[in-house]
Write a protein that binds this ligand. Structure first.
Ligand SMILES: [Zn+2]
Ligand SMILES: [Zn+2]
Length: 274
């Protein structure tokens, strides 16, 4: 039990709360990953808001590294609502890879949080925040003992996939990526090689993707092909299409588990120990 993962948002593209998404959840991507005492957060979608509420309620102090897959709204919209950012005692290092040199992360977030789009600006945050731009590909050590590797994915405007290695366990997080029908990029496969848990973009079904090629997302069948090629142990389907209600997700979950035994579907509140 060395890597602890909790899903706070699992939905792609746009939040979709309502009676039809109660069981799997309607919030957009946010994962809490704990490696011992250290916390890494993947993506700041709308799931980041309930995570912040839970942290404050527990009395814990946030001292974490938040790695963004990319800056599409479904992955950053929760940041202005992450309550710990408005209290001085917390600290957060926000990382983004592959942004253009003239559009560093702080500029991007400053744009999102500016009138007429948003009423308050990034200077309103009271926590200690560092905005860190990086080039994917070079292994990093966000904390002693934690190795974090990254690579570019196939997504309009680019997205970054991640691999965490900690105490012999491996978590791979590859979302917002479209699997090519031919050979898979070896750098992407390397991220997920022999992973204990592979969280992968499984937005669509085969019939849906036919009209959505080039949108930068994969099907659950793609997820299985990728997991098999990478020899990942458990595939966790992620970034669900907002049009898939709980009944549709049940059906997909059943089909995927039959096709690759052990396959699981991410849902809000799911917690796993690797
Ligand atoms: Zn997305
Ligand atoms: Zn995207």
């Amino acid at each position: 039990m060395s890597i602890h993962v909790k899903f706070w948002g699992v939905r792609g593209s746009i939040a979709c709360p309502g009676a039809g998404t109660v069981r799997y959840g309607g919030n957009t991507p946010c994962l809490e990953v704990r490696c011992g005492e250290h916390t890494i957060i993947f993506d700041g979608g709308t799931g980041l808001r309930p995570y912040g509420v839970a942290v404050l309620k527990s009395g814990a102090i946030v001292d974490a590294d938040l790695f963004l897959s990319h800056c599409h709204l479904d992955h950053v919209a929760g940041l202005p609502f992450f309550a710990p950012l408005f209290a001085e005692r917390h600290s957060l290092r926000i990382w983004a890879g592959n942004l253009p040199p003239d559009l560093p992360l702080k500029t991007v977030l400053r744009t999102m949080m500016s009138p007429p789009l948003f009423p308050i600006d990034v200077e309103s945050f009271r926590a200690e925040i560092e905005y860190r731009d990086f080039q994917p590909g070079t292994p990093m050590q966000p904390h002693p003992g934690i190795v974090l590797k990254s690579a570019m994915l196939n997504h309009p405007g680019g997205a970054v996939g991640y691999r965490i290695e900690y105490r012999g366990k491996v978590l791979a997080y590859l979302t917002d990526t479209e699997l090519p029908s031919g050979a898979i990029d070896p750098r992407q496969l390397a991220l997920a090689a022999n992973a204990d848990l592979l969280v992968f973009d499984c937005t669509y079904t085969e019939s849906e993707i036919a009209s959505r090629r080039g949108w930068g997302h994969s099907t659950w069948q793609d997820g299985i092909r990728f997991a098999n090629e990478a020899k990942a142990r458990t595939l966790c389907m992620f970034h669900h299409d907002p049009g898939h209600d709980d009944d549709a997700m049940d059906k997909i979950a059943q089909q995927a588990a039959a096709a690759r035994p052990g396959t699981i579907v991410a849902r809000e509140g799911l917690a796993l120990d690797l």
